[in-house]
Design a protein around this ligand. Structure first.
Ligand code: C2E
Ligand code: CA
Ligand code: CA
Ligand code: CA
Length: 279
């Protein structure tokens, strides 16, 4: 909550003693934001570094605040998690992504799977997979067009239906990735209990990577682990050619980061899908 307070103050006030007061107002504003449709989805491509083709994209939420402008998720997701508002916010995102996939399909844009960040709270509800199935049916979308990113925390609890949820998503063709891989407190045990599709190596391990660094050992170990488990591996937050070269040399070809493209609004991303990346 310390983190949250600091983030709160950045946009809501510069006084550090007003934390609870501030989050009270932010909670109120978040509720309004849902009613007044103030959220927007940005999209960041994931690229196959061998071909520079877009293979999928991550949907990232932004809040178009009437007073403070575009608010990044780091400023409001923690409070949304704390207050349970992450549930309706997540529903909003899922719907928005489906609407856009339908729109792009109608306009003849070549589609790629879109990946959604799912909060542990939502993933651990027993009806998660059923709701995904329903929305796919409603929009007449194939499950292979949707991917989800969950953190290791979503797998630390062993509710019996977690296995069922994963199984049901698999049946739908919805791929599951472990986000921020390596940053959680969890053990590797879940990797053998659950059939997951891939891992996303956290940016903290990619940053300033060079063959001599500790990050280099950790990252290449993660890539090998994924390979042996027959999982896909995506490196996130790739910013430099040096980082990219390291990853390519270590057989990690699925990359995402500012080096290729920053997250952009739907219209801009649609143009990238239609025309390809200009690298
Ligand atoms: P994340 O899932 O780890 O997303 C990656 C973050 O890294 C994004 O920040 C993205 O804009 C940023 N990023 C991508 N490439 C680079 C790069 O090359 N360099 C640097 N420095 N950063 C890069 P963003 O969009 O601010 O999102 C922050 C976090 O908020 C996400 O982290 C995710 O945990 C959460 N989030 C975003 N959208 C949603 C959502 O719809 N639902 C939920 N539950 N969480 C979301
Ligand atoms: Ca993510
Ligand atoms: Ca991540
Ligand atoms: Ca991260």
């Amino acid at each position: 909550a310390k983190d949250l307070g600091r983030n709160n103050c950045q946009i809501y006030s510069s006084s550090m003693d007003a934390t609870s007061y501030q989050s009270f107002f932010m909670e109120r504003d978040l509720r309004k934001a849902l009613i007044h449709d103030e959220f927007t989805a940005y999209f960041q491509p994931r690229v196959d570094a061998r071909t520079n083709k877009i293979i999928s994209a991550e949907a990232l939420i932004r809040w178009k605040h009437p007073k403070y402008g575009l608010v990044p998720p780091s400023e409001f997701i923690p409070l949304a998690e704390e207050t349970g508002l992450i549930i309706p916010i997540g529903e909003w995102m899922k719907k928005r992504v489906c609407e856009l996939l339908v729109k792009w399909r109608e306009e003849g844009i070549p589609l790629v799977p879109i990946s959604i960040n799912v909060s542990p709270q939502r993933f651990l509800q027993s009806d998660f997979a059923t709701c995904v199935r329903q929305i796919l049916e409603k929009y007449d979308l194939n499950g292979s067009l949707l991917e989800i990113e969950i953190t290791e925390n979503s797998l630390m609890r062993t509710e019996e239906y977690v296995e069922q949820t994963i199984e049901e998503l698999k049946e739908l063709g919805v791929k599951i990735y472990i986000d921020d891989f390596g940053t959680g407190y969890s053990s590797f045990a879940y990797l053998k209990s659950f059939k997951l599709d891939g891992i996303k190596i956290d940016r903290s391990f990619i940053k300033d990577i060079s063959s001599e660094s500790e990050n280099a050992s950790i990252t290449s170990a993660m890539i090998n682990l994924a390979k042996h488990l027959k999982m896909d591996v995506i490196a996130e937050g790739v910013e430099t050619v040096e980082e990219l070269n390291f990853l390519k040399e270590h057989n990690c070809h699925h990359v995402q980061g500012y080096l290729f493209a920053k997250p952009s609004p739907a219209e801009e991303f649609q143009a990238l899908l239609a025309e390809g990346l200009n690298l």
